[in-house]
Design a protein around this ligand. Structure first.
Ligand code: IVH
Length: 709
């Protein structure tokens, strides 16, 4: 994990970024079913958020992701409680695991060793489970599994699935919930992706589903059921929920009865009187796996006798009477041909293995990520090695083993420079990731950097959205921020292009010209130097006032880094600690630590970046920073914010107070002039009362701000 932030502003900024980032991934995962990051990376974000919140409990946001993580709903579908919980399954992987499962069942039921325990065995379909409630034999409601206790109402969507009958025959009970898997066939999934690609205005941005399960989930969980109707969803029944009577005494009998009402059941469903027969079904299903029209990831066994199921009950969220026997992750061997470096949009260098093409689990694989230098060292891989690839479910293929680790071959070394722009690539203290320091000049990062530069929090240039930036980048008219201010030279050419008229071009140029004297804080923030968020940019400029002064500071820090040498016997770690302390002291700004100093030194240590900076300052003239202060009752006083603020972020509140010429402190003392208390304020409030300090609500604070002159 990255080191934790050290100061309140850094932590507040990190929490704000994490809240936005996690919300975005939640949306991608739940709403769009198009996750951009692995579950492990997502969990790492959530853990980092929790760690920062634990260290800075007073900064926990009202929209903290911790309160939302695991939310299964995107909000657009109604949530409804299940009449009976929808359970999940425990997993087994080996024949032994299945024997152990049967052993546990026998022990629990106190059966003698020779009492047969029949199991049903059936494919485990890789889709999403759904509960269909029939009242008086009419489909009344369909719910997704959700968190098992509460699902999402997808009734209208489910009515578009042809496999699901609208009514049950007269023989069916008055109340019956049929449960099973909604899925998409592999061919339909490929055709859907092809159609989405063909229909997209911009093929690069076409919505594409990662696998059939995501496609099924995304299609079922649509706000608009007419969209679901265009998606070829299927259904396979595998169980039931609430009912007023059961049409049988065993799993197999009830499944047969439900199938008789018109519900499809997966081919391969079988009754296995013994363990050996159950394992035989497993092998038969495994052998058919590649030829099945849909994805399966194992076989599910269930104790056939329902009276035994009832006695066995459940542990946690999984029944004691069922087990999923998962297929092993599919593996294949191939040759690692080369290791390329990909530069991400944020500058991270990721090594990618280029492989001799090989089929793993029905998919031809030619690339696999190697994550970082540590992973390469762990596997000891070099071009030419024979490697073992593994693909588990929808996970991106991983290299899990190097078969020729001992062969005499040159080790592969991580590049010291970015392959895209040749800037130096560095790892930050304690981090495994190596990043390009080329920032604004690196082609891989250019679009993101420019987007950030013109974004609302930075220069805020109206009408310069991503689409326009991409167009201007492709035309070669802009590459670095300064070029934006030279766009007027291309006015005539731009007017002639599709989608542009004289009016829109002039409006854009006017919006750009309006930013010739930008706020220096926003300009500095806009450069996207690592660790320099808007709060740090303001803190730095409060002390250094102008951008040239900051450049001088950066040069001094570079010098300091170069001239700091290890004392005799000093460890690397000690030296680093001493240097960090010296850097922070040299900067001399409260709340600005060594990480910021290193980032400044890295940025200005790169000649390309100096050129970008100098060039930019020939086009724009930011005024020196002045703390605007307005007169109010808190001018010259110290304000403390406590509790959860509902309408403001901590940063905003701090900026407001500073604009009124007040200082902001983290704790209440005799010097405190005013305490602003949000929801759940605790000990600080008590202290303020003891000291007789005026306490106002967030609303009253807003009035103080509004009435300042
Ligand atoms: S039985 C009480 N049978 O697997 C047990 N589940 O990993 C409830 N699944 O949430 C499930 N095929 O969505 C059962 N033949 C099958 C299944 C199956 C797929 C899914 C189901 C469940 C998940 C648990």
């Amino acid at each position: 994990m990255d080191p934790l932030p050290q100061t309140d502003p850094e932590a507040a900024e990190a929490l704000a970024e994490l809240a936005a980032e996690i919300a975005r991934h939640n949306q991608l995962y739940h709403d769009a079913d198009a996750p951009e990051i692995s579950d492990a990376d997502y969990d790492a974000l959530v853990r980092r958020n929790a760690a920062i919140e634990a260290a800075f409990p007073h900064l926990v946001r009202s929209d903290s992701p911790a309160h939302q993580v695991g939310a299964t709903s995107t909000g657009h579908l109604a949530k409804v409680a299940h009449a009976r919980p929808m359970l999940s399954l425990d997993n087994g992987f080996s024949d032994e695991d299945i024997a152990d499962f049967l052993g546990r069942v026998r022990r629990f039921l106190a059966l003698s060793a020779d009492e047969p325990v029949a199991l049903t065995a059936e494919p485990k379909i890789d889709g999403l489970s759904c509960s269909l409630r029939y009242e008086n034999r009419r489909l009344m409601r369909a719910l997704t599994r959700g968190d098992g206790a509460v699902g999402e109402d997808v009734t209208a969507n489910v009515r578009t699935i042809a496999d699901i009958p609208e009514t049950l025959p007269d023989a069916a009970p008055d109340l019956f919930e049929v449960r099973g898997e909604v899925y998409m066939e592999k061919a339909a999934f490929a055709a859907l992706n092809a159609r989405l690609l063909a229909e997209a205005a911009d093929p690069e941005k076409a919505r594409q589903f990662a696998n059939p399960r995501n496609a099924a989930a995304g299609s079922l969980r649509q706000k608009d059921a007419s969209v679901t109707a265009t998606r070829p969803l299927r259904f396979l029944m595998h169980g039931w929920g609430e009912t007023d009577s059961l049409p049988g005494h065993t799993q197999a009998e009830v499944v047969t009865a439900i199938a008789g009402w018109g519900f499809p059941v997966a081919d391969g469903f079988a009754l296995a009187p013994t363990l050996e027969e159950a394992l035989g079904v497993y092998r038969a299903i495994e052998a058919q796996r590649a030829d099945l029209p849909f994805d399966i990831d194992g076989v599910v066994y269930k104790v056939d006798r329902l009276d035994w199921q009832a006695r066995l009950g459940q542990v946690g969220r999984a029944p004691r009477w069922a087990l999923a026997h998962k297929f092993p992750a599919e593996r294949a061997q191939t040759t690692l041909e080369r290791i390329d470096i990909q530069v991400g949009r944020t500058g991270k260098l990721t090594p990618v293995a280029r492989l001799e093409p090989v089929t793993v689990g029905g998919v031809v694989v030619t690339n696999a990520t190697l994550h970082n230098a540590d992973e390469i060292a762990r596997l000891g891989v070099r071009p030419g090695d024979r490697v073992v690839l593994q693909r588990a479910g929808d996970v991106i293929p991983q290299i899990v083993d190097n078969l020729t680790r001992d062969a005499a071959r040159e080790p592969w070394t991580f590049p010291t420079h970015c392959p895209e722009c040749d800037s130096e690539a560095v790892a930050e203290e304690g981090e495994v990731d190596i990043r390009c320091t080329g920032g604004l000049i690196c082609p891989a990062q250019r679009l993101e950097r420019l987007k950030h530069f013109v974004s609302r929090g930075a220069l805020d240039i109206d009408g310069l959205g991503e689409k326009t930036l991409v167009e201007l980048l492709e035309l070669g008219w802009i590459a670095a921020p300064a070029d934006i201010f030279r766009l007027r030279a291309h006015r005539e050419e731009l007017v002639g292009r599709k989608g542009w008229q004289a009016k829109s071009v002039d409006a854009l140029i006017e919006a750009i010209e309006a930013k010739r004297a930008p706020d220096p804080v926003r300009l500095l923030f806009g450069l996207g130097i690592r660790h320099i968020g808007i709060v740090t940019a303001r803190d730095l400029l409060k002390r250094y006032a102008t951008l040239p002064a900051l450049r001088t500071l950066a040069d001094a820090l570079i010098e300091l880094r170069q001239s700091t040498e290890a004392a005799v016997g000093e460890t690397e770690q000690k030296l680093q600690g001493r240097l960090d302390k010296a850097i922070a002291e040299h900067i001399g700004v409260e709340n600005v630590g060594a990480a910021v100093g290193h980032a400044l030194a890295d940025f200005f240590g790169e000649p390309h970046n100096r050129t970008v900076w100098d060039d930019l300052l020939t086009e724009v003239s930011p005024p020196a920073f002045v703390v605007e202060s307005r007169d109010s009752e808190v001018t010259g006083k110290t304000v403390v914010f406590t509790g959860t603020l509902e309408t403001l972020s901590r940063d905003e509140a701090k900026a407001q107070a500073e604009a009124l010429g007040a200082r902001v402190a983290g704790s209440v003392s005799a010097k405190t002039g005013l305490v602003v208390a949000g929801a759940n304020a605790g000990s600080k409030l008590k202290k303020a009362a003891e000291l007789g300090i005026r306490v106002v609500s967030e609303m009253e604070w807003a009035e103080i701000v509004a009435s300042a002159v």
